[in-house]
Design a protein around this ligand. Structure first.
Ligand code: TYR
Length: 445
């Protein structure tokens, strides 16, 4: 069967950007930054993106384009009969884990979108938006419905196929979301909590750095936000042909994605302080903060509606890229049709997502890793552990299994000035840093 391809490099860029930009930049970035003390975390996060994330993004896309396969197939094709492909399965598992909670949180976003469409969220509920949020998420059925709706839309787009479904959706979406975010940031800066919020986000409290979990949180956030280490970017790269140049494309994606996160911090933190919300509120943070902002604004109802439209759509372009990983794998390895593979994976994720959703209410005392509920445990396992391990594998694969010439050639860096620098980074620096952060987290260094 002929594999599908992007129509153009722009098509790939948009899809990859659509994958990267999503709940990770707005929802996850804000609460993780809030939990980890703000400024010092931001610095570590940006360093992780620049030193590890962007170079590895190029690694991941290059492997995919060279192999023209899904993540497991790519390793098998480029390193036949070698154990590298085992780490491909880790990527497929990560995609399952992430999509399970991603779909639940995106379901909350669509629920909010609906609330602005119908006007239900225009007025501040009695007891405030925070209480209303936890009442909603702790129900059994309603959040499940929104999760099912979101997952259903994701499945339909993926089963229609790469080009038609994915490329188109992103063209309009990214600009709208960007404009909304910048406008909201400007507004947030007029709030009475602006100075304090900016200080929290940009003025590092260095004492935070004594806590090893901050480093791993920053690394995990960089991987999550760049859609790195799962095989998403590898799979998307596999729909590229050799004539498209990669380095500028991947750097562009990394920088844009990070800008989105920083801007969303500028939206959220002034409001967090203006409305007396705890920065360390965890996953509910933006779902409490944003409605407060819209409530305060003139025409906030309309703006809330446009914002949640953009956020929901941005989540869809990310979730389809997650679903594409197991689907591409099953289509090749189990020779399934795109349609049946999407349906099968979708159904499995519906159930694991249902567990995540119930974990917010009925099953809230179920803790899996440490004190974490189902969602936080899945997130921790995937984002802070599996993704960096996936990325480490990719770096070692290109850095040590490929020859230097093969590595430079696969990434379009032959005879360029940055070629040798990139090669040193992916061969030595990035793997060492990831290892150090891991060892530090478990208390060895
Ligand atoms: N990067 C996406 C976001 O920020 C989420 C995502 C994570 C998408 C991993 C794909 C992936 O492989 O919302």
């Amino acid at each position: 069967m002929q594999r599908e391809n992007w129509a153009s490099r722009l098509g790939f860029m948009l899809a990859a950007m659509g994958s990267a930009v999503g709940l990770g930049n707005i929802w996850r970035f804000s609460y993780v930054a809030g939990e980890n003390g703000g400024g010092a975390f931001l610095l570590l996060y940006i360093l992780s993106v620049l030193v590890i994330g962007i170079p590895l993004l190029l690694v991941e896309v290059s492997i995919g384009r060279k192999a023209q396969q899904d993540i497991v197939g790519s390793y098998q094709k480029l390193a036949p009969k070698k154990p590298w492909y085992m780490f491909g399965y880790l990527g497929v598992i990560s995609a399952f884990l992430i999509l399970s909670f991603y779909s639940v949180v995106a379901g909350w976003a669509i629920y909010y979108w609906w609330g602005y469409l119908t006007g239900a969220l225009f007025n501040r509920p009695e007891g405030g938006y925070g209480a209303a949020f936890s009442t909603f998420t702790s129900q059994d059925y309603s959040p499940l419905l929104w999760h099912a709706l979101f997952l259903g839309i994701t499945m339909i787009i993926v089963l229609v196929g790469v080009k038609k479904g994915i490329e188109m959706a992103n063209k309009v979406l990214m600009p709208i979301l960007a404009i909304m975010m910048v406008a909201l940031a400007v507004y947030s800066l007029t709030l009475p909590g602006a100075a304090e919020g900016m200080r929290f986000l940009f003025q590092p409290d260095w004492s935070v750095l004594e806590n090893p979990s901050v480093y791993i949180a920053a690394l995990g956030q960089a991987f999550f936000s760049l859609s790195l280490g799962v095989g998403t970017m590898m799979t998307y790269g596999s729909y590229l042909t050799k004539q498209h140049k990669l380095p500028s494309a991947t750097a562009g994606i990394g920088i844009m994605d990070t800008l989105f996160a920083v801007i969303s911090g500028i939206v959220i933190f002034p409001a967090v302080f203006a409305f007396g919300i705890e920065p360390s509120s965890g996953p509910p943070l933006v779902f409490i903060t944003l409605p407060e902002i819209f409530h305060q604004m003139a025409f906030g109802g309309v703006i809330g509606f446009v914002f949640f439209t953009a956020l929901s759509l941005a989540s869809i372009s990310s979730s389809i890229s997650l679903l594409e990983v197991p689907v591409a794998y099953l289509m090749r390895a189990a020779k399934m049709k795109r349609r049946s593979a999407s349906l099968l994976v979708g159904v499995v994720i519906f159930f694991s997502g249902a567990a995540v959703s119930l974990g917010m209410g009925r099953w809230s005392d179920v803790t899996i890793i440490g004190n974490n509920n189902i969602m936080d445990s899945m997130d921790f396992l995937a984002s802070n552990l599996f993704l960096p391990i996936g990325g480490l594998t990719m770096a070692l694969f290109v850095g040590w299994y490929f020859t230097k010439q093969q590595a430079l050639d696969a990434s379009d860096l032959t005879n360029t000035a940055i070629g040798p620098i990139w090669y040193t980074v992916i061969k030595y620096i990035a793997p060492l840093l990831i290892l150090l952060i891991f060892l530090n987290a478990i208390g060895i260094v």
